[in-house]
Design a protein. Structure first.
Length: 326
């Protein structure tokens, strides 16, 4: 029988995941949202059979098979633990948690549950990257350098779909998490021997650091760089992979991939993200773990925690909008 889906959240990723699910045989069963009026409107628009403002109520329904957590980042850990405890297969939006300890708690619960659980790390899912990663894993190519950058103007907390959020984003634990994970994934998860970083002071208007740089060195003599800013006048969202044979630039806004042979079009970010849903549904059906499973995201979380620990040591550990302490 087609699985019944519970979607938690109605922001940009709630939209993208709902649209992807409507192209599958899955049943859009329950929508969980913070505000009754918005939850009811979203449920009607996308064809969910019911809606609620209570995740506990949704999890108590034995008809729900799979939960997709498209909620604010700071809720992912607690909600993932609740979903797993309720016996639901769970797909968690990036990041898995806002601390390494929290990520380890979710992974431990997921591994003990016997359920299918995983992360929405869409950068892993581009087929063009799969071909390159296979060459890197076989030794045909050797990764020398990776660089990812994310620049956007975000002095107001409005998402890419124009929806005004009730929560604050975090450049380190959200946007940098994409690139740190991708760099380590493409490199084959070698030991990280050194992490250097800069993370700005909280902005007086947003309350969060607005710029950052993370530089990693690996035991395989590779350099991985991630940098970005929420102050930029226009968007930059791309990554560069340099091997000993070629170089690859993936433009996530222009939807192109360029290497020494030229430039080719690639799927739009939303279309690529739909591959996460397709893979997760297949994983549940086949009784396997998805491409972005829990243990595989922990290396990136260790790097992010090292950056956060350095910031805390210099500026004092404190709760920030979107990232409570604990």
């Amino acid at each position: 029988m087609p699985p019944n889906i519970c979607m938690v959240g109605y922001g940009m990723m709630g939209v993208w995941h709902s649209e992807a699910l409507r192209r599958t045989d899955a049943v859009l069963h329950t929508l969980v949202g913070r505000r009754p009026d918005a939850a009811a409107a979203f449920a009607q628009q996308y064809g969910y059979r019911r809606w609620t403002t209570s995740l506990a109520e949704a999890l108590a329904n034995p008809a729900v098979d799979i939960v997709v957590l498209a909620s604010p980042s700071e809720h992912h850990e607690a909600q993932a633990l609740a979903c797993l405890a309720a016996g639901k297969h769970t797909l968690i939006e990036i990041p898995i948690a806002m601390t390494l300890a929290g990520a380890e708690r979710v992974v431990a619960a997921g591994e003990a549950s016997g359920l299918v659980y995983g992360l929405c790390h869409p950068m892993r899912f581009r087929p063009e990257r799969a071909a390159l990663r296979a060459r890197l894993q076989s030794g045909e190519d050797h990764l020398r350098h990776f660089a990812g950058r994310f620049f956007i103007h975000r002095l107001e907390n409005v998402g890419a779909t124009g929806y005004r959020r009730s929560w604050a984003d975090n450049i380190l634990w959200h946007h940098f998490c994409h690139f740190v994970d991708l760099g380590l994934y493409m490199a084959g998860f070698p030991p990280v021997t050194r992490v250097q970083s800069h993370l700005g002071l909280p902005h007086p208007a947003t309350g969060v650091p607005m710029e950052g740089t993370v530089l990693m060195e690996t035991a395989a003599d590779q350099s991985l760089l991630v940098h970005g800013s929420y102050h930029a006048a226009f968007r930059l969202y791309d990554d560069l992979i340099v091997t000993d044979r070629d170089s690859y630039v993936c433009e996530n806004i222009g939807n192109t991939l360029r290497n020494g042979a030229g430039t080719v079009p690639i799927a739009a970010e939303q279309d690529n993200c739909a591959r996460v849903i397709t893979d997760f549904l297949a994983a549940v059906r086949e009784g396997r773990q998805p491409l972005a499973d829990g243990p595989s995201v922990l290396p990136a979380m260790r790097v992010l925690q090292a950056v956060q620990d350095d910031w805390d040591a210099r500026h004092g550990a404190r709760a920030l909008p979107g990232r409570p302490l604990g």
